[in-house]
Design a protein around this ligand. Structure first.
Ligand code: SF4
Ligand code: SF4
Length: 424
């Protein structure tokens, strides 16, 4: 790896803390990913991306900025990358999955705030995230109460926050609100980039993101097979890299893996023996380097076959229709696609229940592990509804509530092992 210290210093990172973070994440990556057996060759690309996630990718982003392109940092799959690409911008995910800077973060947030929000503050306050520092605009969204209130103080810390309002109900009024917010966001992007969104530029943005999502859906469907040709950890990694990488290169790399996996399926090659217990994970998103639960599951003789999460099918399913002759019609198509996202901030949220059951059937899952972050009200509340609905349908379910620490790893492993024994 090249020496990027000069670049990191120019971004204002705290080099000492940042070096320590890279070392811990690198070691974790080694233990969690590189120790797996029989990985597809194509995962080497993702190993490379992860080894350069704060290096080469940031260098590319800095080069894009030097060419006048704007970098837009996001925390939620409701922010349409299509619009960012339509002004030739670069979209990067900012959610973080590590317990870092929490003490500082708790000067702004109550202790009973979810780890995802705390780490967004922690990474900024500890000056260890080059994505936050290189963003020209950071988009916050009014989703859960935690996030929307946290943005009130995050605004003062980052200085370049743009808040997008979001509906809470799947009604006509809710859809109209989403459209109004996307139109406003498009105008903001035009203002900061100095570029007008045209039918051509938006169609191009839609095409790039559709291709990326189609590649992820192709990968997901290959996991219907038994034996499954790729581990849940590796599939999650692809879902996480989705938010950082150059979209076109990412799509090509995922499709290359899919070609390899198709061959594996033909040859009956899997990462776990045929008939291994198959688990579907459902719930809160898992940002890098949050690999705790998948690591526990796949080291307990089970295999994860799908993710009903924003770092999974909730974030990647459904494409945007690109047939339209005006920017407004294209934005309507974008609204149609994003309005289907079944995040737990919506009430009621029946579609998510149907989606989980549909995924269980398609992926031939033997059970569902519902993953809720501690203090995440929407997903914790909904977990009870999910549990009831799945039990009614005869689908075994395990509710896990956790945070970013490793303290409960042993206790979770015991519960996961018991669950796996039950569904085997
Ligand atoms: S869980 Fe909801 S708030 Fe969080 S990223 Fe997904 S859609 Fe956005
Ligand atoms: S995990 Fe839950 S509480 Fe935390 S940001 Fe996401 S929806 Fe909000």
């Amino acid at each position: 790896m090249s020496d990027y210290h000069e670049m990191w210093a120019s971004l204002g990172l705290d080099l000492k803390t940042h070096d320590a973070v890279l070392e811990i994440v690198g070691k974790g990556y080694q233990d969690v990913f590189l120790s797996q057996k029989n990985r597809p060759e194509g995962m080497k690309y993702f190993d490379f991306v992860m080894s350069e996630v704060h290096g080469l990718r940031i260098k590319e982003i800095m080069d894009a900025k030097a060419e006048g392109r704007k970098v837009i940092g996001t925390f939620c799959v409701f922010v349409p990358e299509e619009l960012v690409l339509a002004v030739n911008g670069v979209c990067v995910g900012l959610c973080a999955g590590a317990e870092l800077g929490f003490e500082e973060a708790e000067k702004y947030l109550p202790r009973n705030t979810c780890s995802l929000i705390k780490s967004a503050f922690g990474f900024k306050l500890a000056k260890v995230c080059p994505y936050i520092e290189s963003s020209d605009l950071i988009v916050g969204e009014n989703t859960c109460d935690g996030k929307k209130k946290a943005y009130e103080s995050y605004k003062d810390i980052v200085g370049n926050l743009y808040v997008m309002d979001l509906p809470q109900m799947k009604s006509e009024a809710g859809k109209a609100l989403l459209k109004a917010e996307y139109v406003k966001f498009a105008q903001k992007l035009e203002e900061i980039s100095g570029k007008k969104i045209t039918v051509e530029s938006l169609k191009k943005g839609i095409e790039i993101v559709n291709n990326k999502r189609a590649a992820m859906s192709r990968l997901a469907k290959l996991r219907f097979a038994d034996p499954t040709p790729i581990s849940g950890l590796d599939a999650l990694l692809a879902n996480q890299v989705y938010f950082y990488d150059n979209p076109e290169r990412f799509t090509a790399s995922v499709n290359a893996i899919c070609d390899e996996l198709e061959k594996r399926i033909q040859d009956n090659i899997g990462v776990a023996p045929k008939g291994s217990p198959r688990i579907l994970i459902s719930g809160c998103p898992m940002a890098v380097p949050n690999w705790k639960i998948p690591f526990i599951i796949e080291n307990s003789n089970a295999i994860i076959v799908g993710e009903e999460m924003c770092t999974g099918e909730r974030g990647t399913r459904n494409l945007v229709k690109d047939q339209a002759s005006s920017v407004e019609e294209l934005i309507n198509n974008i609204v149609d696609r994003y309005f289907e996202i079944d995040c737990a901030i919506f009430t009621p949220n029946q579609n998510r229940l149907e989606h989980i059951k549909q995924m269980v059937k398609e992926y031939k899952a033997d059970g569902v592990l519902h993953y809720g972050l501690q203090f995440c009200q929407p997903y914790q509340m909904e977990s009870k509804v999910v549990e009831k609905e799945l039990e009614k349908a005869g689908i075994p379910v395990l509710l896990i509530e956790t945070d970013y620490s490793q303290e409960d790893a042993g206790q979770i492993k015991t519960r996961v092992e018991a669950f796996i024994e039950r569904i085997s």
